[in-house]
Design a protein around this ligand. Structure first.
Ligand code: 6PG
Length: 227
């Protein structure tokens, strides 16, 4: 059963400011407690301005480790690659060691990339913070309705998807199980187009976003007014 905490913000800018502050606070706490901060990035467009704000923020970058919640099977330099957006807006501008930026090698094809990413995650323990978006159909990362979300304890850490309804069809996604192995999970949900998915989520419908069940629950930052 998923525990949710809904946080309303007046507009996208306020949501982005709060998300940036939350990420920096989580990083400080993780570094103080364990000497490192393992962060999973959300794809899509919603986090773009948060990543750009992080590029301007003071942080102990050499202690940050970046993972990706999902990736599209496109060439690394393709404008629709999640890793390209994060790199251009943020990661290329701060001193996180390249060996600590774990890009999903999705250009190798969904099957091989999922295998390699799962192998890279062996022995890595819980993420400190997982960022996720929400699709209009309730998807998150590349876990889509009607597909296998990898919820069971035996699910692999990374899944190969070949028929995603959101282009491109071939993708790699962390499984619901692996995304749930996190100290904190923060969803960033902005824009009226997400209203129907949020209503389904709050009505208890079985959407992919509801399959992310970390022990301490999930926080959802939104700008959708009174829900
Ligand atoms: C992807 C994302 C996906 C995204 C949602 C929301 O690769 O497409 O991982 O899960 O987070 O579709 O996308 P927007 O933020 O662009 O609305």
């Amino acid at each position: 059963m998923q525990t949710t905490r809904w946080h309303a913000f007046p507009d996208a800018e306020a949501l982005e400011r709060a998300a940036t502050a939350r990420i920096l606070t989580s990083a400080q706490a993780a570094i103080a407690a364990r000497g490192a901060f393992h962060l999973v990035l959300a794809g899509g467009n919603t986090p773009r301005r948060v990543y750009a704000a992080l590029a301007e923020a003071p942080a102990d970058w050499p202690r940050w480790h970046i993972w990706f919640g999902d990736e599209r099977c496109l060439p690394p330099a393709h404008p629709e690659r999640n890793s390209r957006m994060a790199t251009q807006t943020w990661l290329s501008l701060v001193a996180i060691p390249p060996t600590q930026i774990h890009v999903i090698p999705a250009e190798l094809g969904a099957g091989e990339a999922a295998r390699r990413y799962a192998a890279a995650l062996v022995g890595r323990g819980d993420f400190d913070l997982v960022l996720l978006g929400l699709g209009e159909d309730g998807h998150t990362a590349s876990l889509f309705p009607g597909h296998d979300w990898g919820r069971e304890e035996t699910a692999p850490a990374a899944l190969a998807i070949f028929d995603a309804p959101k282009p491109p069809p071939a993708r790699v996604s962390l499984s619901a199980r692996r995304l749930s192995a996190a100290r904190e999970v923060l969803f960033l949900v902005s824009g009226a187009a997400k209203r129907q998915a949020v209503a389904a989520w709050r009505a208890g419908k079985t959407i992919p976003a509801a399959a992310i069940v970390p022990d301490k629950g999930v926080d959802i930052f939104h700008d959708l007014g009174d829900l």
